[in-house]
Design a protein around this ligand. Structure first.
Ligand code: AHG
Ligand code: MN
Ligand code: MN
Length: 315
């Protein structure tokens, strides 16, 4: 049995980088404990505040953000924290060499109904500054709080999956996750159909036509509404996740955030042999202009992502 510590020391000689991942893993283990008993502790519902994106914060969004903040403060290797829940980047240790960007609690609309949520994180070199492309990431990961608590992490090689045991140890349960090349499962919020562009409409129509359509293949649809849960399913058994640019999100550049949602997920999916795009370019190549920048996100099984890219290519 390999645990997280052993895996980290095999993946990198940079102990500080391993330590940054361990800090996020420890924050994840603590958030898992809080979530498990949150309804008993009365930690449900709204916090009564909005984040910088004008979205109502849940009590657990704020609590999770504080847990991440506390764990990273204890780690002198962390220079700056960027969080979905914090308007500005927070300066941490002046000696620190890493920036951590995080969505402390993803899918928080699912919290009060006991459906999987997660914590997403990206580690970047501090010397590169706040606005770095996803290709500059040193590591990325997420924690999924589902029937099991899973940590998915990648430094540069493979994307590895760990499961939290009762003693609080992260035990490796998948050494090198592989997103199957082909899949018959897509994930998109179909209630947004009236806002879609021609490429998205074309892709979904073709899929829904199943064996009676041009592809001659049956498709199924799954949409949890927590990106972490949808991406984890895709990592484990294939599929595609789409939150494309549409006529409603176009003014904001998309729905999901580049630095702490799109980039880390694209990094993990690509590390498992999958593919990612905005529709017109690789997500990891997008040049950020703001820490809370939004971006269209399409990622998953390479064949399916390429089919979406083909639709965009038809312009
Ligand atoms: P967050 O809870 O951090 O704001 O993120 C929610 C995101 C993502 O998890 C999910 O895929 C998407 O929002 C769901 O959007 P819809 O409500 O449009 O389905
Ligand atoms: Mn999110
Ligand atoms: Mn969030």
């Amino acid at each position: 049995m390999t645990d997280l510590k052993e895996w980290l020391s095999a993946q990198t000689t940079d102990e500080a980088l391993g330590g940054a991942i361990e800090s996020m893993a420890a924050a994840g283990a603590e958030i898992a404990r809080v979530l498990r008993e949150a309804p008993i502790a009365g930690q449900t519902g709204l916090a009564g505040s909005d984040n910088v994106q004008g979205e109502a914060q849940k009590a657990l969004d704020v609590i999770s953000n504080d847990i991440v903040l506390n764990h990273l403060r204890e780690n002198p290797a962390i220079s700056i924290l960027i969080s979905e829940e914090l308007d500005e980047a927070v300066n941490m240790s002046s000696q620190g060499q890493f920036i951590v960007a995080t969505d402390p609690l993803d899918g928080s609309s699912n919290l009060d109904v006991n459906v999987t949520v997660g914590t997403i994180f990206s580690v970047l070199p501090a010397k590169g500054g706040l606005l770095q492309r996803g290709t500059e990431q040193l590591a990325a990961g997420y924690v999924a709080y589902g029937p099991a608590t899973s940590l998915v992490v990648r430094i540069k090689g493979e994307t590895s999956v760990f499961t939290l045991d009762a003693q609080g140890t992260w035990v490796q349960t998948v050494a090198a996750a592989r997103v199957p090349e082909a899949s018959g499962e897509f994930a998109i919020n179909t209630a947004r159909e009236r806002f879609w562009d021609a490429a998205t409409t074309g892709y979904v129509k073709e899929s829904v036509a199943g064996e009676t359509g041009a592809l001659g293949k049956r498709y199924n649809m799954r949409w949890v509404g927590s990106m972490v849960a949808d991406v984890h399913r895709i990592l484990m058994r294939g599929g595609i996740f789409l939150y494309p640019l549409d006529s409603e999100t176009i003014s904001r550049g998309g729905r999901l955030r580049l630095l702490y949602e799109a980039n880390p997920m694209a990094w993990l999916i690509e590390g498992a042999g999958g593919r990612s795009t905005t529709g017109t370019m690789r997500i990891l190549d997008v040049e950020p202009s703001d820490i809370h920048q939004r971006v269209p996100v399409i990622l998953g099984s390479a064949e399916e992502v390429k089919r979406v890219e083909d639709w965009y290519g038809r312009g």
